[in-house]
Write a protein that binds this ligand. Structure first.
Ligand SMILES: [Zn+2]
Length: 470
């Protein structure tokens, strides 16, 4: 990267405002707002909107292998729901090797880059060998996923999952052997070892992720509360989880976390679909983040995140592609609002009353940028001075954006943009997608299809015609 670059697009979305005729100055330190030096390299970007890169707040990269493989009901499984989907997901988790995990993760991250995602929060729970014994390098699989993201050029916050048990009063599930650490002290030692191994890469950070109140007992949560940095947790995704929490603790998941002192600005509740009014208030009062994953919540039949009530209560919103049924954060943003329209039977649910035509669009884009950055403690998201230069360009002539005026452009982006409009992606000033292409896309796709062949015929036997497609 030259010492200083000046990007000159048709418009810039910067620090929450749409600017025309402006330029973005990027030095080796990141975004700078003062005038560029005379010898700066000028990069002209006609017909492009330049905006902050998207932050994918919740990902399980390996679940990319499930796409298209769980969309049917087998005879005898008429009650197919989240929990039988989970069994299929566990089958995938059982057979991945470090090599195939790398290939699958890299494909997932390439798709993210092409869709304008520059940072990912990877909620990583595949840790050990298939029989549950640690690898010689106990952080091997976490490092493999980090390497895949870095080889694509993404910034990654590896949210190392804590997983202790199958659930309250449940026998161990052999399919969870690869996830489980024997005790919380060992878990924290492994987190520290992982942190030490990535400390020289400024694009990699490590956070904590107690999986859920089902998989992590209170005694672990009491220890984890004292740790700093991002703390992410699946919360209230399915009604069965609420029932189990009632049986064990005689309260609801968010109330339990509140009583334990876990809720705060560094806490992110992933999903938070099934909430009581008191729980909404507790998340808001704590200034916690709720990471909604609408495409996955729709695909799994989870329900709808009450983002309107949460925002009113004071919670911050972020977005994730989670199971990667789709990888399109513009779609996640629009469905955050779209699902609420179906639920509340009205329009513009998240729009401030009396707002300008683009206020709702800005709010949705902010969830996909600033909200994710806050949740993962990343210095990105608004293109303010001193931030890392993580940004993307969108083609204003793309059919999904064509015809927008300066007044309606951010409404168009927030509610109608296709990720196919993304033309360029920069992470820390490095251009990783140019002309809608990523240099590794083809080789990565080949590696991915090879990995799928190694996985064999799962989740359930598929016919030969289907198998030959991979
Ligand atoms: Zn998840």
């Amino acid at each position: 990267m030259p010492p200083v670059c000046v990007y000159q697009p048709a418009a810039i979305y910067q620090r929450g405002s749409l600017l025309q005729g402006a330029h973005l100055v990027v030095s080796a330190e990141g975004v700078v707002l003062e005038a560029p030096p005379a010898d700066a390299t000028v990069i002209s970007l006609p017909h492009q909107l330049l905006m902050p890169g998207l932050v994918n707040g919740h990902s399980h990269a390996f679940q990319r292998v499930l796409r298209g493989r769980t969309e049917f009901i087998a005879p005898g499984r008429e009650g197919d729901d989240f929990w039988s989907w989970r069994e299929a997901m566990y089958q995938a988790a059982e057979v991945l090797t470090p090599e195939t995990l790398y290939s699958v993760s890299k494909q997932c991250f390439i798709e993210m880059a092409l869709a304008g995602i520059t940072s990912v929060g990877e909620f990583h729970y595949l840790q050990h060998q298939p029989d549950g014994r640690p690898y010689e390098d106990e952080s091997l699989l976490a490092k493999v996923v980090v390497q895949a993201a870095r080889d694509v050029g993404l910034r990654i916050c590896l949210l190392r999952v804590a997983y202790a048990r199958s659930g309250f009063s449940l026998p161990p599930n052999p399919r969870q052997r690869r996830f489980i650490d024997a005790d919380v002290e060992r878990y924290l030692r492994r987190v520290e070892a992982l942190r030490a191994s990535v400390q020289n890469d400024p694009l990699v950070s490590v956070g904590l992720a107690p999986h859920s109140v089902r998989a992590v007992p209170k005694s672990w949560l009491e220890v984890l509360r004292a740790q700093g940095g991002p703390l992410h947790m699946h919360v209230a995704e399915q009604p069965a989880e609420l029932k189990a929490c009632q049986s064990e603790y005689q309260t609801t998941p968010v109330q339990l976390l509140s009583q334990l002192g876990l809720l705060g600005p560094n806490f992110t509740a992933v999903h938070a679909v099934h909430l009581t009014p008191d729980e909404v208030q507790a998340l808001g009062t704590a200034r916690a983040t709720v990471c909604a994953c609408p495409s996955t919540e729709r695909n799994l039949g989870d329900g709808i995140v009450p983002a309107d009530l949460l925002a009113t209560a004071g919670a911050s919103m972020s977005l994730g592609s989670d199971s990667h049924a789709h990888i399109d954060l513009f779609d996640e943003a629009r469905q955050l609002e779209g699902h609420l329209r179906l639920l509340r039977l009205r329009r513009n649910v998240l729009a401030p009353v009396g707002s300008d035509p683009s206020a709702l669009g800005r709010k949705l884009i902010d969830a996909a940028t600033v909200g994710g950055a806050r949740s993962l403690a990343l210095n990105v998201g608004t293109l303010a001075a001193g931030e890392s230069a993580d940004f993307i360009t969108l083609d204003l002539r793309h059919p999904s954006l064509l015809g927008a005026s300066p007044e309606t452009l951010m409404a168009t982006v927030g509610l109608f943009a296709s990720s196919a409009a993304v033309t360029g992606v920069w992470v820390a000033g490095h251009n990783i997608v140019a002309g809608r292409q990523h240099a590794h896309a083809e080789s990565t796709a080949n590696g991915f299809t090879d990995a799928l062949r190694h996985l064999g015929p799962w989740p359930r036997p598929v016919n030969a015609a289907l198998r030959s497609l991979t």
